[in-house]
Design a protein around this ligand. Structure first.
Ligand code: 13P
Ligand code: SF4
Length: 307
């Protein structure tokens, strides 16, 4: 059954000239039929290079919006119309404009997990894999980092030469994980290395063996000689790694590390999305040209400084 649906998707993909981009948190059966899979940075870079007429993003809304900004001439669709990222909605542009008035010499760095309207008032965009590199490369000493204060604290620690101001925001899934949960996982698997996403709280990242983006965690596990790993990011990553490296053991750090928004998309949604490509559908990302122009500035800056 799964194979049949996957084949139908592959047929529709070539018939309708669709490129499927999938975030690594998507289910295995979706990752298998995607043209490109990766973390937020890879998806942004690859979205700008797509040659197909249509892009289907399997992930959450800001990812599809970013793809639309980078390829405005393409029709871009989101696999599930209700898949949003709560962090992306946490701050209003007006609030940042107000702060900019009070701190005019501070450059605003926004995490890619933000709405286009918020990106439009920021100077540079970053992803978790590029944040440290970009902040270091910026020609500014005073920075306001939004919205994720945990990723911001991670960048602060790596860039002591910068004056980085943070606001209270973050990923409700990663930030919910406690130091005790990490310690419990370590007690259960004392020989395992702990790999954690920087969206987790500093009290968690400071106890890990390695902190990095989704792709950084996967690459670290791939290259490491260690045999056991505790994965401190969305639980799909432990599952994908286990399939790729059956000779190693991957444990989830917490059963609670599940993003309900990333998990909304099913293979059937991907199939239905492909059927709807080219029609009027609520899955299509429609954006004003003016908003695209304004928000794209900080995404282009991310690609320039992070490339
Ligand atoms: P990365 O894909 O950049 O690691 O970010 C993780 C995440 O939470 C995406 O929403
Ligand atoms: Fe947003 Fe967190 Fe889910 Fe990523 S894991 S989409 S940051 S809620």
């Amino acid at each position: 059954m799964i194979k049949d649906i996957q084949q139908k998707i592959l047929d529709l993909k070539s018939e309708k000239d669709i490129c499927i981009l999938a975030h690594s948190y998507q289910a295995k059966e979706i990752v298998e039929i995607a043209d490109i899979t990766g973390d937020s940075y890879k998806l942004s870079v690859e979205a700008a290079k797509v040659q197909n007429k249509n892009i289907l993003m399997c992930g959450v809304h800001f990812m599809a919006e970013t793809a639309k900004m980078l390829s405005p001439e393409k029709r871009v669709y989101l696999s599930h119309p209700d898949a949003g990222c709560p962090m992306a909605e946490q701050m209003e542009p007006e609030m940042i404009l107000e702060l900019k008035k009070r701190e005019p010499d501070r450059k605003v760095v926004c995490y890619v997990n933000t709405t286009a309207a918020l990106k439009a008032v920021c100077d540079v965009c970053v992803t978790s894999s590029s944040a440290v590199k970009i902040v270091k490369a910026m020609d500014a000493e005073k920075i306001l980092f939004i919205p994720d204060c945990n990723l911001g604290a991670f960048v602060q620690k790596a860039c002591p030469e910068k004056d980085i101001m943070l606001l209270q925001g973050g990923c409700p899934v990663h930030a919910a994980i406690t130091r005790d949960e990490l310690l419990e996982a370590k007690a259960a698997h004392p020989n395992a290395l702990v790999l954690v996403h920087p969206e987790c709280r500093p009290e968690v990242t400071e106890l890990c063996d390695y902190a990095g983006s989704t792709s950084d965690i996967m690459n670290y596990a791939a290259k490491s000689d260690a045999k056991e790993f505790i994965i401190g990011t969305e639980n799909s990553i432990a599952e994908h790694l286990q399939y790729r490296f059956p000779e190693k053991e991957f444990y989830v750090m917490s059963k609670r590390l599940i993003c309900p928004n990333m998990k909304l998309t099913t293979l059937m949604d991907v199939y239905k999305s492909c059927l709807e490509v080219g029609t009027e559908t609520k899955r299509e990302i429609i954006m004003e040209q003016e908003l695209i122009e304004k928000a794209k500035v900080c995404i282009n800056e991310m690609i320039r400084l992070g490339g």
